[in-house]
Design a binder for this molecule. Structure first.
Ligand SMILES: Nc1nc2c(c(=O)[nH]1)N[C@H]1C(S)=C(S)[C@@H](COP(=O)(O)O)O[C@H]1N2
Ligand SMILES: [Mo]
Length: 209
């Protein structure tokens, strides 16, 4: 009789949400082409329901001068691979909320990227201490295909909630679906609850479609 029957299975990595497997390396995955960075016209805007009712914008130099933080977070793609233990550096979303406060009544944000890609987030997910407008991973500047110059990372949610090539943050007083959320993916996207598809949504998880 073989030994294998009684060999314990290797414990699975506790960082892996249900249904995910650890991926070696870092695949690039996105819809559409990789945009070219144009430093002279690039800006990052905060618009919508700001406390001042004004739109705010940073050019590349001003954005690069903002205070930076570093967080460790995993990237969980809904197609079931996870890239574990990334060290992300950038400007925390909490810092953006401090610098450009939302008006009372803001409940959600839409994060906009080049070519109209977008992802909606509850304000609490955006304000999470590990949510970052990331410029670096493991000490290296992002490459073009991974979102240079800046992408959002939201380690607590599936990775489609983290647009690469971010250009704007919109403060909203009501929820609205982003790019994948309009195309059948779950409005909330918690990987620990396997919130993958919109047909799994419970009443109250998202706006009516
Ligand atoms: N602008 C943009 N951002 C995007 C996407 C996209 O199609 N366009 N895809 C998302 C998805 S589904 C995943 S899994 C991650 C992948 O990030 P990576 O290519 O750096 O691994 O980017 C997210 N951000
Ligand atoms: Mo993904």
């Amino acid at each position: 009789m073989g030994q294998s029957k009684h060999e314990p299975l290797p414990p699975s990595d506790p960082r892996l949400p249900p249904g995910q497997r650890a991926q070696r390396g870092w695949p690039a995955l996105h819809y559409g082409p990789v945009p070219r960075f144009k430093p002279l016209t690039w800006d990052l805007q905060v618009f919508g329901a700001t406390a001042s009712a004004e739109k705010h914008s940073w050019d590349f130099e001003a954005f690069s001068a903002l205070p930076r933080s570093t967080v460790v977070g995993d990237l969980h793609c809904v197609t079931k691979f996870s890239v574990l233990g990334n060290e992300w550096t950038g400007v925390s979303a909490a810092a953006v909320l401090d610098l450009v406060p939302p008006a009372p009544g803001v409940t959600h944000v839409m994060v906009w990227a080049e070519y109209g890609y977008s992802a909606n987030l509850r304000l609490a997910d955006f304000a999470d201490p590990r949510t970052l407008l990331a410029t670096h991973r493991n000490g290296e500047a992002l490459t073009a295909e991974h979102g240079f110059p800046v992408r959002l990372v939201v380690p607590r949610l599936y990775a489609w909630k983290g647009p690469k090539w971010v250009r704007a943050v919109e403060y909203m007083r009501a929820d609205r679906r982003g790019f994948w959320e309009e195309r059948g993916y779950h409005n909330l996207a918690d990987p620990w609850g396997e919130q993958r598809y919109s047909y799994q949504e419970e009443p109250g998880d998202g706006p009516l479609r």
